[in-house]
Design a protein around this ligand. Structure first.
Ligand code: GLA
Length: 742
């Protein structure tokens, strides 16, 4: 004590000195600014079956009063009291800003030049034209302005929302929260479904009831949007269970390929506020006077009949409005990665092309390992960045292989990873300042590589150039596999100088601007988004890419869970799905070839192996599966998905795709465990069929069917009533049935 006292006195004295220093004089005025009165009104943003209803009160405060079924007279919500307190507002502000009476997590918070942070948004006007409604909000004290943009896809019951934030004041400000959209709903119970994962185990399902407090889903990995989660969710209302076919469900997804955050806050009044947008982590965004910041899109859908319908809504919207050439049928393919890894030459590859053609596949994709001379890409330790043909490995050139494939009737694809650089490369030596790094700190390697700083326009030009130069290796390149095999660590940009907080957002803006240029020049090239498997699965990149590789794990047992979960948010037309060898290279598991094929046929079918390892009988079977797939894949690419049994809930997985006109369907059934007599016959209630029409049911790719009804016709009503009970007893037994109307 004796020793501490003098120190404590010095400390207290220094506090006293601090307190005597006057803070910089703030421009506080005590006269309040008049808020113009507005006419109270209701604004309804409507789709075929859903409505988002906003209430504007006389002070111009905008509240969400309903997101759910469409109602005939939304004007009745004019006087609706959304259970908020008069003196505090924990609840239903439509786009809550930090400040005013609002006391929850904000969608917007602004740091002003005078150090204050209070923003109060008031309605000024709105306009609706066609399916687009824009609300204009303004803070009358600071002159911040926000436009809330809602674009509806009526036939899919989807509302796409974004915010345009403008600094209308005369001094620079900093945005510290800048969400795309916020929604408040009211129910007695909230049940959240979301995704977690890791490499080779992406898109695993987590389900939990939500209570008071805030639940945050997010990514801070910079460029791997979805390795450990996915910027999307399902919220079931008034229930503590998942149902495919009943109950109210809201699903949301953010179209952004960088750091993201979606939060769920149940304030004291029992409502649930959902806020989705870019993660503001290390990303305070400066806005000069007159500048605007446009957020990415948040996609919302509502279903009154369970999660299945919510998925179909998202799928339909995505195929029609979001995915590059969504629903276009892309070729079946053979990718050489697991077949050869880095160890190949032209002769070996031509042999694979011959076999792929003989099995009826439609494209050959040359994976990693074709580039680098001084630093040849013979393993993952060298070559990234030096995108010139490896003369030793492939002296005949890429066009030689592409022409060979085309001559055999196959298209040709090739792998690149243009955002990355190995330390062992000429690029790393020539442009050390292009590498993501933080001053004075080690540039950590992941998979022996560094990331290029796409916030730098010179790097953007380089990355575009990698794509462009690769395409120029042959006029016969039809497909590019664009990989991205690490996330960001020790973040920082030599280019951005003291504006480092622009890095995370600037990188993704840079990526999108490269992809804009790619698509302007190569509108029809099929481009796969791969990121160590499924680490970049989001609706932002899907504006540019045609498909994703959902995981590096090709074991059918693992893929079932990954693909099931992916199907909640994303349509089957984007899922590249490959048959590989057994024992599986990632898990060591052994599954039957039929099981592997049947599962791969639920997405865009491919193979990833050395065909020479297959026996003649296996090749003949592959032939048969590929041929039958071509006969129904239009249903996989463009049909409506109905999930019949979930691998997360039982010992089987079953799903079906139905054509829009309900004239055809394909049903897949996978048995995952031994079925004893008591559960011998699994009965499936088929969905989405026309009850009155008769469907002929044919099991594909077998000589003897596992269902007594094979080859016969049944009404949609019978098939929906438990009449369809194929008998699959053994683990890994699977079946595919085609349904055609008579
Ligand atoms: C990543 C991809 C794989 C393969 C390898 C090549 O892991 O996900 O499919 O392309 O890179 O190095």
């Amino acid at each position: 004590m004796k020793k501490i006292l003098p120190i404590a006195l010095i400390f207290l004295a220094s506090i006293g000195a601090e307190a005597r220093k006057q803070p910089k004089k703030a421009q506080f005025t005590h006269e309040t600014v008049e808020i113009p009165a507005v006419t109270p009104q209701v604004i309804a943003v409507e789709t075929a079956h859903s409505a988002l209803i906003l209430q504007v009160d006389e002070k111009g405060v905008v509240r969400t009063v309903h997101y759910g079924n469409r109602i005939a007279d939304p004007g009745q919500f004019l006087r609706f009291d959304p259970r908020y307190y008069r003196d505090l507002d924990p609840g239903s502000l439509n786009y809550p800003a930090a400040g005013g009476r609002f006391v929850g997590n904000p969608a917007l918070s602004v740091l002003y030049a005078d150090g204050t942070r209070n923003t109060e948004l008031h309605y000024t006007s709105h306009e609706t034209s066609g399916d687009r409604t824009v609300l204009h909000l303004k803070d009358y004290v600071t002159a911040m302005e926000v436009d809330l943009v809602y674009e509806c896809c009526p036939e899919a019951d989807v509302i796409v929302a974004r915010s345009v934030i403008r600094n209308g004041g005369s001094k620079a400000v900093t945005l510290t929260d800048f969400a795309s959209s916020s929604l408040t709903v009211s129910a007695r119970k909230y049940f959240l479904t979301h995704f977690h994962g890791t490499w080779a185990e992406e898109m695993q399902i987590d389900r939990e009831p939500l209570g008071h407090g805030t639940k945050v889903l997010e990514s801070r990995r910079g460029i791997q949007t979805s390795q450990c989660g996915n910027p999307s969710f399902f919220l079931s209302l008034d229930t503590a269970e998942w149902s495919e076919t009943s109950g109210e469900v809201i699903a949301g997804a953010l179209a952004w390929s960088g750091n993201w955050r979606i939060s769920f806050e149940e304030p004291e009044n029992g409502q649930m506020r959902i806020i989705g947008g870019i993660n503001p982590y290390a990303s305070a965004w400066p806005l000069k006077p007159g500048e605007t910041f446009t957020t990415p899109d948040m996609i919302w859908t509502w279903s009154g009949s369970g999660a299945g319908q919510a998925s179909r809504n998202l799928h339909r919207w995505a195929r029609k409005r979001q995915i590059n050439a969504g629903g276009r049928i892309t070729p079946t393919l053979l990718n050489n990665w697991e077949g050869t890894y880095f160890d190949f030459n032209a002769q070996l590859l031509k042999g694979i092309i011959d076999d792929a053609a003989a099995m009826g596949l439609e494209m050959f994709v040359l994976d990693d390992g074709w580039f680098g001379n001084e630093f040849p890409r013979n393993d993952d330790r060298a070559g990234l960045g030096d995108w010139e043909l490896n003369e030793k490995k492939l002296p005949e050139g890429i066009d030689h292989l592409a022409s060979y494939a085309h001559a055999k009737g196959l298209k040709f694809g090739i792998w690149i990873e243009p955002e990355m650089v190995n330390p062992a490369s000429n690029l790393a030596r020539q442009h050390p300042d292009w590498i993501v790094q933080s001053p004075g700190r080690e540039r950590e390697q992941i998979r022996n590589q560094w990331t290029l700083d796409l916030s730098n326009p010179a790097v953007q030009d380089f990355v575009f150039g990698v794509f462009d130069r690769t395409m120029s290796l042959s006029p016969r390149i039809d497909y590019i596999k664009w990989d991205c095999n690490r996330s960001i660590t020790s973040f920082g940009s030599p280019y951005l100088g003291t504006e480092q907080d622009r890095f995370f957002i600037g990188y993704i803006q840079g990526l999108y601007s490269v992809l804009d240029r790619v698509r302007a020049k190569y509108p029809d090239t099929i481009i796969q988004c791969c990121s160590s498997g499924g680490a970049r699965v989001d609706y932002g990149q899907l504006r540019y890419f045609n498909e994703v590789w959902t995981s590096d794990n090709t074991d059918a047992d693992s893929r079932i869970g990954i693909q099931y979960a992916t199907s909640l948010i994303y349509p089957a037309c984007i899922m590249g799905d490959h048959v590989s060898v057994v024992p599986n290279h990632q898990t060591g598991s052994i599954t039957p070839l039929k099981f592997r094929f049947d599962l791969a046929c639920t997405g865009r079918l491919g193979m990833e192996l050395q065909p020479k390892t297959l026996t003649p009988a296996e090749r003949a079977f592959a032939d048969r599966c590929i041929k039958s797939y071509k006969g129904y894949r239009d249903l996989v690419f463009n049909g409506d998905l109905y999930r019949l049994a979930s691998p997360y809930e039982g010992d089987d997985y079953a799903l079906m795709y139905v054509s829009e006109d309900k004239s055809r369907a394909v049903v897949f059934v996978f048995n995952l465990a031994f079925r004893n007599r008591d559960k011998f016959a699994a009965e499936y209630k088929l969905q989405g069929l026309d009850p009155a029409r008769r469907y002929k049911v044919t099991e594909l790719n077998v000589d003897k069917s596992c269902w007594w009804g094979d080859g016969k016709a049944f009404t949609g009503e019978f098939l929906a009533s438990g009449g369809f009970n194929p008998s699959l007893r053994k683990p890994h037994a699977s079946a595919v049935f085609l349904l055609t109307t008579l």
